[in-house]
Design a protein around this ligand. Sequence first.
Ligand code: AMP
Ligand code: GLY
Length: 421
Amino acid sequence: MRVLVIGSGGREHALCWALAASPLLGTLFCAPGNPGIAEIATCVPIGATDIAALVDFARAHAIDLVLPGPEAPLALGVTDAMTAAGIPCCGPSAAAARLESSKSFTKALCAEADLPTAAWEICATAEQARAAVARRGAPVVVKADGLAAGKGVVVAATTAEALAAIETIMTDRALGEAGATVVIEECLVGKEISFFALCDGAHALPLGAARDHKRVGDGDTGPNTGGMGAFSPVPEMTDALEAEIMTRIIRPALAAMAARGTPFRGILFAGLMLTDAGPKLIEFNVRFGDPECQVLLARLKSDLLPALLAACEGELGHFDLRWHDHAAIAVVLAARGYPEAPERGSAIGGLDEVAALADVRVFHAGTARDPAGRLVAAGGRVLNVCATGADLGHARARAYAAVGRIDWPEGFCRRDIGGAG
Ligand code: AMP
Ligand code: GLY
């Protein structure tokens, strides 16, 4: 089979790594990819959002399966375009991708399918939003409705903080049109988990749960990031909890999407709060998390490729996946200055030595080759050091031992990934 992965981060490197292990794989392409991906796939210089060029490439190279990593091409309709060209694409249509791109859409679906979630009000004006905050009191959550690259959510401890957020998001439009509408929400209390399911429009297969660490600093301090690390399994997860999440959240959401005429295919990512009243939905994403994907795939024993094909073909009802018992962890190495202003261009060494370590794997997230062919930092999140072990403690020790061997003084990482958090 000829497979095209779309994206250029650590998530896509991990997806390519998992696909490369499949006996069904013939040729693997990645657009645009990165230097790590180039070691196991043919990188194609097409941007992840250049839908027309991606479709032309897939057609010209007789691609049998397309796997988009990030949300942007999905929201732009890459699945619709590939499907129209007769090419299977494991992701939701643009209409179904609204589960990520619009918070008010998701809340409407929650109402329709009776999904447990935080109580909410959708506010089209700043005046409505201020009134909602006044009624609800603090703590309260203010969310920009549209895609805001992780910057659209303010968990406000006081009403003053909530009112300031409304001012910034709605009046000043600091996030652009994503802030034309806001959602004012009940503040949920509990442990957070990321839960994943592979969906074919009608059936869903659990892919497990992970916990990520979103703040840049140790002890969950400093600004939010795309994610500084992740681990799986999470200690709170049990078979009973997984069954409850599938029954109360994932399957009813799929049924409601199908009933609307926009069935969901691809990877459904539920951000959940485990509250005293059971799991509640914080948000849906329509793709794997990054770096959650890296730790889920490290635990997958089955071949990923036939599962993705079955999702495209509506055949997941007959499908099963097997998992390793071991724990997996991903530590993100970021460039100094991340997330505000990551420094670019510093040289990275020591990866060959780390590649020889057992149960350790380094995925590239934001790297490039300089004109001399040296590996350099070219993004905020630069490397993902992943390790497995009999339990989380062993996996963590292996990952940090590997981090210590990477020669990159301009990089940093959190030292508490996989900690109590
Ligand atoms: P989101 O961008 O929707 O993932 O939200 C970012 C983060 O804000 C989440 O990971 C939660 O930690 C927090 N958050 C969002 N909504 C709520 C809520 N209703 N109650 C408590 N925390 C929330
Ligand atoms: N790590 C969070 C995300 O991918 O959205």
